[in-house]
Ligand binder design. Structure first.
Ligand code: ZN
Length: 265
């Protein structure tokens, strides 16, 4: 499958699920405890009748609280090589989050060992989804990548309140305020996703990694997560602006079910 097809496929799964697939029922973060029980009344056969069943019955769901998991820092892990590039993206208000979709010919990607995973979109949650001992960060950024084989890789970055981030301000300023709105960016505003990453301390990022899922319906598993140990900051005014779009668009930590988290340190 070529990149364009994959990109469209993933964008359909990740961003337009509720609007493009006519049958996909509406959901909200408020009702997350019962996502798995939401019925698609246009379908009469199980599992089509319960399109989000994996949210309830999946054993490798995301996010998690890292305090609940066994952390293994003895294994030698691949370096994460971020090769993001400047882009002229689309600003997309998904109805559940503010999101930036990379352009069709975008070359930016994440390299993990010998494998490359193109960046297709990134979006924000308030507060963070992943937690440490019950404590959440003010926000969390998810960079979503898809490999040639369709595998999904999400790079998560915790967001603290501190110095403002100029790139984040550009995103806020250009984001449509209505659910489903897309700013196709005819004026050509450029975004460099690397400016939303923590500074590189010693040539490579320290991270936690585990097998998980999408954190929104349909909660599909098979997603490999990489959570950076360093965070970035936005200003408190920017956090307020983020909340003005979506507040509380975070899924609660899910059962770890014996999963081991790999850590670079
Ligand atoms: Zn996310």
């Amino acid at each position: 499958m070529n990149r364009k097809v994959l990109r469209n496929l993933v964008s359909a799964i990740l961003t337009c699920y509720a609007t493009v697939a006519v049958s996909a029922p509406h959901w909200t973060h408020e009702e997350q405890a019962t996502w798995g029980a939401i019925q698609d009344t246009s379908q009469s056969v199980v599992p089509l009748n319960y399109p989000y069943a994996e949210c309830s019955i999946g054993a490798h769901q995301s996010p998690i609280d890292f305090a609940a998991a066994k952390i293994d820092n003895k294994r030698k892990l691949n370096d994460l090589d971020v090769w993001y590039d400047v882009d002229t993206p689309v600003f997309f208000n998904t109805g559940h989050a503010i999101q930036v979709n990379t352009s069709a010919n975008y070359k930016g990607e994440l390299k993990i060992g010998e494998e490359s995973f193109p960046l297709v979109q990134f979006h924000f949650h308030e507060p963070s989804e992943h937690a440490v001992n019950g404590v959440k960060f003010p926000a969390e950024l998810h960079f979503v990548h898809v490999g040639q084989d369709g595998r999904l890789i999400v790079l998560g970055v915790a967001i603290n309140v501190g110095e403002e981030n100029a790139t984040f301000q550009t995103i806020l300023n250009n984001m449509p305020t209505t659910s489903g709105g897309q700013n196709t960016n005819a004026s050509g505003i450029q975004i460099d996703p690397t400016t939303l990453l923590p500074p590189l301390g010693h040539n490579t990022f320290d991270y936690l990694s585990l097998a998980g899922s999408l954190t929104t319906p349909p909660c599909s598993e098979g997603v490999q997560w990489y959570l950076l140990l360093d965070s970035i900051t936005i200003s408190s005014a920017q956090l307020d602006q983020l909340k003005g779009f979506y507040a509380g668009n975070a899924r609660a930590p899910q059962n770890v079910n014996g999963r081991t988290v790999s850590s670079t340190k």
